[in-house]
Structure formats: C-alpha cells, structure tokens
Design a protein around this ligand. Structure first.
Ligand code: ADP
Ligand code: MG
Length: 353
C-alpha cells in the first residue's frame, strides 16, 4: 500500500504547489471562510494550511489519511455530477507518503482539538480554534531523486502563490493569507457575496437558473463589484482598470468574468484564468475560443488576459480526466466554444464608459 501511495503521489504531488492546491481545496470543501498558508523554504521544509472550516472528528483523523477515504461522494449519481472540489479521496494519503504530515483539527461544536502524527500514528490533544491545520514537512524527504527536481525556493514559492491565487479568484467570499519565512506575502480579504451564504458559493457570480437562451440579464452589480475587488487584489488594479465585465448566456452555458482591453496587453501573459463550475481549469477549447474573439474584435492583440467563469450543467462536463483535475472534457465542446467566443466578443464590442 505504501508503494501504491507513492505511485499515486507521483500523479498528484509534483512540487510544493501541488500540496498547497490540494490542501486549500480541502479547506474550501470544509466550508472555510478564512484560509492561511504558511511556508518555509518555498514549501519544501513546511507547508501548513490552516482553516476555520468544519473540522475533523478525533476518530476520523486516521481515516482522512487513508486512500479513498473520501466522505464527499455518497452515491453513483453524485460521482457523475460531481461539483465539489476534490473527490478522489487520495490527496492526503499521497501527500503523507512523500512527507512528514500532521493533521490538527477541532470539529465544529467540540471543545477539544487533536493532533495526529501520520508517521508515528500518535494522537494527542492540542489547543486550537474550530477548524483544521494540515502540516506537511520535508516534502520528498524519502525520495531524493524527486527532491532534486525542485527549483529555487523563490520559484517554488511563486508556484505556491499561484496555486492559492487560482482558488482565490473563484472564491471572493473566502479570505486568504500566505506567509513565507514568517513574512506576510499576500493577503486577500473576503467579501460577502450577495445572494449567497458566505463561504458556500461555487462561483463568484451565480448563474441565473433556467433563463431562456436569449437572456442578457446581467449578474447583480454587487456580484460584479465583489469579483472586481478580488481580481484587483489578486491580479492588480491595472487588470480591472483595463478590462470589461462580461456576461453571456447561450444555450446551457453561462459565461461571466472580465476580459482585458487592448491596452492591457502589457499584462503578464499568464493572466488567463478560466473556471468551470467554480473549478480552475486549463482548456484548449476555451483558450481557442477566447483567442478567436480577440482576433476578431481587436486585431493585433497577441496576448489576451481574462478571467472567465463558465457555468454548465455538471453532467455535460467530465472532470475526472486527470488526478489534478486541471483538465476537463466537455460533452459538447462546440457549445462551450461558441458561448465563450460570443461572451468575449460581446464584452469587447461594448465601448468603454
Ligand atoms: P477528498 O478531498 O478527495 O475527499 P482528501 O485526501 O483530499 O480526499 O481528503 C480526505 C478526507 O479528509 C476528506 O474527504 C475530508 O473528510 C477530510 N479532510 C481533509 N482536509 C480537511 C479539512 N481541511 N477540513 C475538514 N476535513 C478535511
Ligand atoms: Mg481533497
């Protein structure tokens, strides 16, 4: 089982940022409203992710570290239409097999917290508020060959920050802080998202339900403002100042977010964020659609920047393509391509106010 775990780990854990991604995923699943990430040496010496979510009961601490211990899928239908972040139930097990991991948690409604040392199996009481901290030390300590592939601390840190950024852009209702070597590196404050209970939304802008295909009803200005604030915090004021909001519904696909204007061309080339049902993805169909829209509307813009949030019936997208869940497969890629292309075209065609 140790070997299986280590092989699984290779799929999931490539570098410290992979650990950060999975741990923040879990914190969001647990309904956290504030998530703090603490790193040492770019995450190689320590990654600690602390949340104020529902916590893990004492007896369930060891279970959480086992493979396929996921508590998030209750039936086959749910597996098919999985919309929650994380569903494989092996991230923690994989991380444990390539690091020294400790799990500290105090479940909601309990007045004691416990720490489980994954290596020794020791369970002891500790003091902490409601929520969970996962501590991952000495990543790849037992696999020096893997450790050798890691880059400098600064580079690994940058990847860790990017992993949090991807989550943060999908959840303006959750506060995030990142510390490195005892210094605050990033802090993004939570904003209440109107119309949704705090720390529960899957996407910053809710879809409109079953509106007709031609509906152009915009999301509430509050939701737009909330997203704009998070985008400004995370990507910079310039991104928001030099972009336009977009909202487009076509068939079963809703696209919201912001698209950068031509004078935003100086922005970093990697500022292309795409979310499907609240999950960050990298997808060729979406990238191509966005690029086509830019080519049509703004001749000459080589490097578009955007943050796109696609809402689609979960049954029409397969998220089980790769363990890191960064890739998806659309049942009908044409419907997504058209919706994204038209969404961006419409937004860019609107003159600036
Ligand atoms: P998955 O997220 O796919 O269920 P993981 O290996 O990532 O699998 O996590 C295993 C289990 O540990 C989760 O299903 C959850 O019950 C528990 N868990 C992990 N992290 C947290 C957390 N931050 N707060 C509450 N429960 C957690
Ligand atoms: Mg998980």
């Amino acid at each position: 089982d140790e070997l299986i775990s280590q092989i699984a780990a290779g799929e999931v854990v490539e570098r410290p940022a992979s650990v950060v991604r999975e741990l923040v995923d879990n914190a969001l699943d647990a309904g956290a409203s504030q998530i703090t990430v603490r790193l040492l040496a770019g995450g190689v010496r320590l990654i600690a992710v602390e949340d104020d979510g529902s916590g893990i009961a004492r007896d369930e601490l060891p279970i959480a570290l086992r493979r396929h211990a996921t508590s998030k899928i209750t039936d086959l239908h749910e597996l098919e239409t999985v919309v929650t972040m994380g569903f494989r139930g092996e991230a923690l097990a994989a991380i444990c097999s390539v690091s020294e991991t400790a799990l500290l948690s105090r479940p909601h409604g309990q007045d004691s917290a416990f720490l489980l040392d994954a290596r020794s199996g020791e369970l002891r009481p500790v003091a902490r508020a409601t929520g969970t901290t996962v501590e991952v030390k000495e990543l790849f300590f037992s696999t020096p060959a893997r450790r050798k592939f890691l880059k400098t601390d600064a580079t690994e840190l940058a990847h860790c920050v990017e992993a949090v950024r991807r989550h943060a852009l999908a959840r303006p209702d959750v506060g995030f802080a990142i510390w490195h070597e005892g210094k605050l590196v990033e802090q993004w404050r939570a904003t209440f998202v109107p119309g949704q209970p705090p720390a529960q939304s899957a996407s910053p802008i809710p879809p409109e339900g079953d509106a007709p295909a031609a509906s152009q009803a915009a999301p509430s200005t509050d939701a737009q403002a909330t997203l704009a604030r998070r985008l400004a915090d995370v990507l910079g004021e310039a991104f928001v100042a030099q972009s336009v909001p977009l909202h487009h519904r076509e068939g079963r696909v809703t696209v919201t977010g912001r698209a950068g204007l031509p004078d935003a061309a100086r922005a970093r080339a990697d500022q292309q964020y795409c979310y499907v049902n609240g999950r960050f993805v990298r997808d060729k169909v979406v990238q191509h659609a966005a690029r086509s829209a830019y080519e049509d509307v703004l001749h000459g813009q080589r490097q578009p920047v955007y943050a796109l949030y696609i809402e689609i019936d979960p049954a029409r997208v397969d998220v089980n393509v790769h363990p890191t869940k960064i890739e998806v497969r659309f049942r009908d890629s044409r419907e997504v391509h058209q919706a994204v292309r038209h969404a961006v075209e419409n937004a860019l065609a609107v003159p600036r106010a």
